[in-house]
Ligand binder design. Structure first.
Ligand SMILES: Nc1ncnc2c1ncn2[C@@H]1O[C@H](COP(=O)(O)OP(=O)(O)O)[C@@H](O)[C@H]1O
Ligand SMILES: [Mg+2]
Length: 589
């Protein structure tokens, strides 16, 4: 992967889609949703009992009833509700977390599926940075909000409503007073929430920039010393630390304004209820128990309201993250406008290509310049040329790993880079020196080329590439490979890659120096195995060894991003150009 510093960004989902995604998160797991809601409501309700019962005790004592057993009984009931409240809260918490983890797992799986279905060119173009950020930071943010923010906001809101309901039932007038007492809170909350999102986002960005800069300075310490860049790096570090400091001071300022206002409004609400309650009590419009219960409730409002306000900001942030996660679905993956390829003909017309080309930034350095090439179905085409000529780049474009900057690379009339991965894999496969052995079983490693193929197919593919060693593996196809499992050597990894080609069964195979890293004996063996794999397919062989070119139907010579010579071996030798010269020197005269 190369283009991490790219201007291109993967798309972001719209508000409507995020709303739908939020709804889906809740509705897909209906049972879970119902359990979470019920437990949380019960827990909130159990928490309401104490003030009401205390009010009853007060009334009882005030009534001058000598019977203390009633008071004892009421006190016991209070304890009972307190225990129930604790237990229900615990179960509600547990259910919320399980619900969140299940939803998060679904979200992750969906994200991976979508990412894997993206045309390779889209992934290459977006760079790993953006995708990595979405798989890690954004999923984590949504996770926090599913696990904590959403339940806290929900529970807080339910508790607040229940508490208001309780005061209103006790005495509607006192309920109104509590509401008015809190009026200051609305203004402060609005003020805070308007600024919190940007404030915390800026703090997050400044934090990661600071750690990146400091880490880069530490990593490159020797280079920095060698080039005498200390002063500049220290200045850079100071600037980033300054940014982080400023953004933190800003969010601290936000909180330092919000919290006194909140505390004041809770106190005001309780005071107003007490005041109004006193007037009602003196005028015999309410009994003492009611007034006490109502003011206890008013005091209870602080906790859930604080929680709602604290987590609401996180919930806002998670909406932005969800938009980024869901947005991946919009990056290609749909049937290309050109439809399905009508045949196996590959055409390259007027192709220029630049690494790190940024549509917003002027200036790019083309490494391919107006390349034209038609690959005939069934032919063996060798691409030769000095290192840096652009052979590998052309190979990547032919394989649809990336799209050209100008011009077109098409198969059967359809741009190769627009094909969905499973579509592309059945047509064109690129084999390079990098052979990925994924962590997983031998079976998993093969099946990625053709999901759903049976053991018979897998063994046949392995036999086709002479991979007899599979029978020596401890658990056959179920043997774990990669970290912690069996380690394959370079030749075996290469055979694995070739077996994948057999399974994918594409009409065209592009070999980019596929055997260059193997020692000569192994390379010869691998090339024999390759013969079986390549039979009946179009083969584009990128090579520095000229003997490959000798056996090809046609040879394309590349230099400085252009195809300078194209023809059969004999034609090119007869023409007496660069190729003829190379051939003579390689052949020893
Ligand atoms: N990932 C990359 N990022 C930037 N430039 C690259 C990258 N890969 C190759 N290049 C440049 O593109 C040109 C062609 O490289 P390449 O296609 O690898 O040539 P070849 O395979 O013929 O040796 C070279 O100038 C090389 O430096
Ligand atoms: Mg190369």
């Amino acid at each position: 992967m190369t283009d991490t510093e790219h201007g291109y960004r993967l798309p972001v989902a719209s508000r409507t889609e995020v709303r739908r995604a939020n709804r889906e998160l809740v509705t897909t797991d209906r049972r879970g949703t119902v359990v979470v809601l019920t437990l949380n409501c019960l827990a909130a309700a159990a928490g309401l009992a104490a003030p009401w019962l205390i009010g009853r005790i007060v009334n009882h004592v005030e009534g001058g009833d000598p019977q203390t057993s009633t008071v004892d009984m009421l006190a016991l009931v209070i304890v009972g509700f307190a225990v129930a409240h604790v237990l229900l809260t615990r179960f509600a918490h547990y259910a919320s977390h399980r619900f969140a983890e299940r939803s998060l797992a679904r979200l992750r799986e969906e994200f991976v599926d979508r990412t894997l279905a993206l045309p390779t060119s889209v992934v290459e173009h977006a760079g790993t940075g953006d995708l990595m950020a979405r798989t890690t930071a954004d999923i984590a943010t949504v996770g926090t909000s599913l696990r904590d923010a959403a339940p806290q906001v929900f529970v807080g809101a339910v508790q607040t409503m229940f508490i208001f309901g309780a005061i209103l039932i006790l005495n509607p007038l006192l309920g109104l007073c509590a509401f008015l007492g809190l009026s200051l809170l609305w203004g402060a909350a609005r003020w805070y929430l308007r600024r919190a999102r940007d404030g915390y986002l800026a703090e997050g960005t400044a934090n990661s920039e600071m750690s990146e800069t400091l880490a880069a300075t530490a990593d490159g310490a020797r280079t920095i010393e060698a080039f005498g860049l200390q002063r500049r790096r220290v200045g850079e570090g100071d600037a980033r630390i300054g940014d982080a400091f400023r953004t933190r001071v800003y969010t601290l300022f936000l909180r330092s304004v919000l919290f006194p206002h909140l505390d004041f409004s809770y106190a005001a609400a309780t005071a107003v209820v007490l005041l109004a309650g006193g007037i009602l009590y003196i005028n015999d419009l309410a009994n003492l128990g009611t007034v006490i219960a109502a003011s206890l409730y008013a005091m209870q409002l602080a906790d859930p309201l604080n929680r709602v306000l604290m987590w609401l900001e996180n919930l806002q942030r998670s909406t932005a993250s969800l938009a980024r996660i869901k947005g991946v679905a919009h990056a290609g993956g749909t049937q290309p406008p050109g439809g399905r390829p009508r045949d196996d003909r590959i055409e390259v017309t007027g192709v220029s290509y630049a690494y790190h080309s940024d549509p917003d930034r002027a200036g790019h350095r083309d490494v391919l310049h107006g390349v034209d090439l038609e690959v005939r179905p069934g032919e063996r085409l060798a691409i030769v040329g000095p290192s840096g000529a652009g052979k590998s780049t052309l190979g990547r474009l032919l394989a649809g790993v990336d799209a050209p900057r100008t011009g077109a690379v098409t198969v059967g009339g359809v741009p190769v880079a627009d094909l969905a991965p499973d579509e592309l894999r059945r047509r064109i496969v690129l084999v390079t020196q990098e052979h990925h052995v994924f962590i997983g079983t031998m079976r998993d490693n093969l099946a990625i080329a053709a999901p759903g193929s049976g053991d018979h197919d897998l063994h046949a593919a392995l036999a086709a590439v002479d991979a007899e060693w599979v029978h020596g593996l401890p658990a056959g196809l179920d043997t774990d490979l990669g970290a912690g499992g069996v380690a394959l050597d370079a030749a075996q990894a290469q055979q694995l890659a070739l077996a994948r080609v057999v399974l994918a069964d594409p009409h065209t195979v592009i070999l980019d120096e596929a055997t260059a890293l193997l020692d000569p004996a192994t390379a010869r063996h691998a090339e024999r195995a390759m013969g079986a794999v390549l039979a009946g397919r179009t083969v584009i062989a990128i090579a520095h060894r000229l003997h490959t070119a000798h056996y090809a139907d046609r040879v394309a010579v590349m230099a400085d991003g252009r195809i300078t010579e194209l023809g059969s071996h004999d034609e090119l030798v007869a023409a007496g150009g660069t190729y003829a010269g190379l051939w003579r020197s390689w052949h020893g005269g």
